[in-house]
Design a protein around this ligand. Sequence first.
Ligand code: NAP
Length: 288
Amino acid sequence: MNRTHLSYAIREATGFGRAEVWQVDLSKFSSVVAFADRLEKEGGRLDILLANAGVGLDKYRPTEDGWEESLQVNNLSTSLLCLRLAPRLVETSMKYPGARPRIVVVSSELHYNVSLPERAYDEGQSAFEHLNSREYCAAIMPGATRYSETKLLNVFFTLSLSELLKETPVVVNTVTPGYCYSDLARNASAAQAQADRIAKAILGRSTEKGARQLVYAAVGGEEKIDTLRGAYINLHKADEPGDYVLGEEGKKRRDKLWNDLVLELSKVDGRVLEIVQAYPANRGGNST
Ligand SMILES: NC(=O)c1ccc[n+]([C@@H]2O[C@H](COP(=O)([O-])OP(=O)(O)OC[C@H]3O[C@@H](n4cnc5c(N)ncnc54)[C@H](OP(=O)(O)O)[C@@H]3O)[C@@H](O)[C@H]2O)c1
């Protein structure tokens, strides 16, 4: 859909006619950087960044930037967008009394089902490089592992970003909409799409119920806002994320992934390191 059609669709669905649509393609770093640059120049206050876009791919598909597409869309570009826009959310909290900006990253309960290969934590190699290697992708695709891995990475990223911004009023959390009707299976094989249809008929939530979880994560729970910092939100409350991200081991994994992520993103956008180093929490917490 182009911008005019999207504005029209929003007006039709909600009655709100002043929505301005800016498009971004998360499978291209150049598009993410252009979007962030434009927002820096032309954008006003920024109260909510809802990082919802995601793909579930059954087959290996490389992007123009050389990444397995779901790894780039769901993780690298989503993280790049959050990092690039974070300063504007912080600025909004300073400039507008009462503003309580939030960054919400949409993950999934499927993050409970996976861990990452041990090789991702090898010193001297970027975890993302390993996760992107043809050899590793061939071993896990087709199948649901890659999608679940990307959702696990979303949870790790949220915890690290929340830690980075902990001295600011910006609240960062991650949310699962639950298993619900959507177009996520659009790239699935015919057999998988059929299995998905059957499973959804039994277990699926409506799209609206799924969306309500996102709305809660973005604006709900003001009365207990501190419990939502760095939280994994499920069914309108902070829930415990998977054991794999918790404890001392989880923190070690998280720090390695964070450092590797910042390294990878710094190669595509020089502003990333500057932003990461701008927040005091970084000097005590994350180690980049
Ligand atoms: N549905 C579920 O059961 C479920 C469960 C847990 C978590 N989630 C998560 O919920 C989020 C939304 O997914 P959904 O279920 O609503 O699926 P969906 O209907 O397929 O929506 C995915 C969204 O991502 C956008 N997107 C895909 N590739 C993009 C790209 N390269 N650049 C920019 N935007 C892109 C799509 O935009 P276009 O339509 O313009 O392509 C669409 O708006 C995802 O993060 C997913 O992992 C879904």
